[in-house]
Design a protein around this ligand. Structure first.
Ligand SMILES: C[S@@+](CC[C@H](N)C(=O)[O-])C[C@H]1O[C@@H](n2cnc3c(N)ncnc32)[C@H](O)[C@@H]1O
Length: 248
């Protein structure tokens, strides 16, 4: 449907697996507890309740440990062993006895789940998936979603704003020369990426809300978009079915 060849998709997947193989944090704008707890509170507001939660691409568990007190049972999934190692340290430190961690990717995760969820979420992950992979993810997630549940995709890179942010247009000290320098730098990065057949951007792909909506429509979901509170170039997609009674 989305025209990406299987070989290219698998090459990209290998790139991201390697990229995250030794990472130990989710690359939040600030890493202090105060900032992460504010981010988590914003996300909890959009998750809007539920008793069970799947956090796909949970990384080092930075948000997951803040979700834990609000849910009965949580499952964190990531393909990176180093990220999961950090996540288990955090879970132990914060004494969250209700979190299970699973090492898996967007294809293998589904067979490893033992129950379905009220909320399936992913924060800062969709950018590492192609549109076809997002389509598969939403289809599979819909089979593991309880009645009245929601799929909440946080912090999707917005192609309408991200390029402007990258060249520093939102920066307080932006000036003509600094913007010109950033444009030249981006041009060099893009050139080197295509010569080395790497993704153009280590932050992954930006996806237009209309493309995400098309996927949601295909599986008879409603979708609401919300601007990300702490990242001006990102947005959240809240995916749900109005036909189902809201049970939570
Ligand atoms: C930017 S980090 C965000 C981590 C976490 N959600 C947070 O907000 O702190 C992205 C995470 O997604 C994971 N990831 C990316 N693509 C994945 C995939 N296809 N399957 C499983 N995990 C994936 C990476 O290993 C990484 O831990």
């Amino acid at each position: 449907m989305f025209g990406e060849s299987e070989k290219n998709v698998s090459k990209l997947k290998d790139f991201w697996v390697e990229f995250f193989a030794d990472r130990r944090d989710g690359g939040h704008r600030f890493s202090d507890e105060e900032f992460i707890s504010m981010e988590a509170r914003e996300k909890l507001f959009h998750l809007g309740g539920g008793k069970t939660l799947l956090d796909f691409g949970c990384g080092a568990g930075e948000l997951l440990v803040y979700y834990a007190p609000e849910y009965e049972q949580l499952v964190g999934v990531d393909f990176s062993a180093s990220m999961l190692d950090e996540a288990s340290k955090k879970i132990r430190e914060k004494k969250c006895g209700n979190i299970l961690l699973i090492q898996a990717d967007d294809k293998t995760v589904w067979d490893k789940l033992e129950y379905s969820f009220d909320r399936i979420t992913a924060a800062g992950v969709v950018q590492y998936l192609t549109l076809q992979e997002i389509d598969n993810f939403i289809f599979n997630a819909s089979n593991y979603l309880n009645k009245g549940g929601k799929i909440v995709l946080f912090d999707i890179l917005d192609p309408r704003l991200y390029p402007l942010w990258k060249i520093g247009l939102f920066s307080q000290d932006a000036n003509f020369l600094s913007i010109l320098r950033k444009i030249a730098f981006e041009f060099k990065v893009i050139l080197s990426a295509s010569l080395n057949s790497h993704p153009r951007d280590i932050l992954g792909f930006s996806h237009n809300p209309s493309a995400i909506k098309k996927i949601a429509d295909k599986y008879n979901f409603e979708i609401t978009f919300v601007k990300s509170m702490y990242y001006e170039y990102k947005y959240h997609a809240i995916i749900f079915r109005t036909s189902e009674a809201q049970e939570f």
